[in-house]
Ligand binder design. Structure first.
Ligand code: ATP
Ligand code: MG
Length: 392
């Protein structure tokens, strides 16, 4: 029996003039990910992409699990291909759905006719096929409101399709349709989740990480690189910038009051990140901050940090609880890497009593008095770029 995969757009279907651009980006992403699994043909019509295997033995389950990580897809179905002929539809549906219906208690049949010339109307298709399936599985009950299984018959241009299980896609918009932003990626739980969330809105992500050897170890960097590789699953290819931050932090410790240490450090991180953004053509910064999580994430502290920024700072986790963030971290499989116990440059230099309500003027005064321009330029020039590719 011939099977294919139907991929339906979500929000993208509503995007008017941009729809074509979005569709072509999505198609590119899909082809790239399925390429190594075998030969497929791809056709796009009526907000659906038809992915039709052209060889025997292609692992469609694997294809589906890959598709589930592509933003821009609302739902995915594995469907049986039928002639546009009711006898063929019923014959194939009986075989194709046998196991699924055997294990269910309630069902209904739904139909959609994109081809209005088809000889039966929707209610007729539903009633006739419903009766036939009920006769085949006498234990089943019809439940039109809340069925366990909805059997779907779609009459399209060249064929009819029957399927019974619609899987949820990753949602959002295809990565690459909303410009590029720079993720401040630490080894913690939050920032990989923040990157995932902005990629979901179609943003291409680059990443920047600050290291302070010998205070931070090679293993700590390796952990962040592992996280970066992991989020390529959803974000696609990522340019990863590693900034040597030791000298700046040591100078900071020497020249600035300890209570301002964290905020000034974060302002310097933002400054360096923005300079790399210019090279990388990133239009915004992304962080994993959430209000009140730690001393540097009070509103007052964020106001002081943002004052050092000339471009927007996106904080997609801003209103989330840690438990909600962890739930996503588990879903995208970053959690187990994030909880490996290696030190971050922030934690190494954390003051005992950070200012919870810093005044911007005092911070700026302390930072200007210390003067960091040369060290910033040096750090930017010594920044190392490493490219992480989505492995397929
Ligand atoms: P995370 O779990 O993401 O590490 P956190 O709760 O530990 O966050 P902080 O250490 O205050 O919070 O960091 C806040 C944000 O600053 C992080 O989410 C990240 O975006 C950025 N950040 C912190 N440390 C680094 C670093 N070494 N390199 C790059 N970005 C960093
Ligand atoms: Mg951290």
């Amino acid at each position: 029996m011939n099977e294919l995969i139907l991929v339906k757009f979500g929000e993208m279907a509503l995007k008017g003039l941009n729809k074509r651009t979005f569709e072509s980006i999505l198609m590119k992403r899909i082809k790239y990910r399925l390429n190594k699994l075998g030969k497929f043909t791809y056709t796009s019509a009526q907000s659906t992409i038809y992915i039709d295997p052209q060889e025997d033995g292609i692992d469609l389950d694997e294809a589906i699990s890959r598709l589930q990580k592509i933003f821009g897809i609302a739902s995915i179905c594995r469907a049986c291909v039928c002639e546009k002929d009711f006898a063929d539809i019923t014959a194939k549906a009986k075989v194709y759905l046998e196991e699924t219906l055997e294990d269910a208690r309630t069902f209904k049949v739904d139909a959609k006719r994109a081809d209005k010339t088809f000889c039966m109307k929707t209610p007729e298709i539903c009633a006739e096929l419903g009766g036939i399936l009920l006769a085949q599985h006498p234990h089943l009950k019809v439940d039109v409101r809340n069925p366990e299984i909805t059997v779907m018959v779609e009459i399209r241009d060249t064929n009819a399709y029957v399927h019974a299980r619609k899987l949820k896609g990753a949602g959002g918009l295809p990565v690459g349709c909303s410009g590029k932003a720079m993720l401040l990626l630490s080894g913690g739980i939050d920032s990989p989740v923040a990157g995932y969330m902005m990629a979901k809105r179609g943003i291409s992500v680059s990443a920047i990480h600050f290291v302070s050897p010998p205070y931070t170890s090679d293993r700590a960097l390796l952990k962040v690189e592992q996280l970066c590789q992991k989020i390529t699953d959803y974000c696609g290819d990522i340019n990863f910038y590693c900034v040597p931050f030791t000298e700046i932090q040591e100078e900071l410790k020497r020249r600035c009051p300890e209570e301002y240490f964290t905020i000034i450090m974060r302002r310097l991180m933002m400054e360096i990140a923005q300079r790399i953004c210019e090279k990388e053509e990133c239009l915004a910064l992304i962080t994993g901050e959430s209000v009140g999580q730690v001393a540097s994430q009070t509103l007052h502290a964020m106001v002081c940090t943002d004052a050092a920024c000339r471009i927007p700072v996106f904080r997609p986790l801003i209103g989330m609880d840690k438990t909600e963030i962890i739930e996503i971290a588990r879903k995208i499989d970053t959690f187990d890497i994030s909880i490996l116990p290696y030190e971050d440059c922030c934690t190494v230099f954390t003051p005992k009593h950070p200012k919870i309500r810093p005044q911007l003027s005092e911070i700026e005064e302390a930072q200007n008095a210390a003067g960091f321009e040369e060290l910033i330029e040096q750090a930017v020039s010594e920044t190392v770029l490493k490219r992480f590719r989505l492995e397929v």
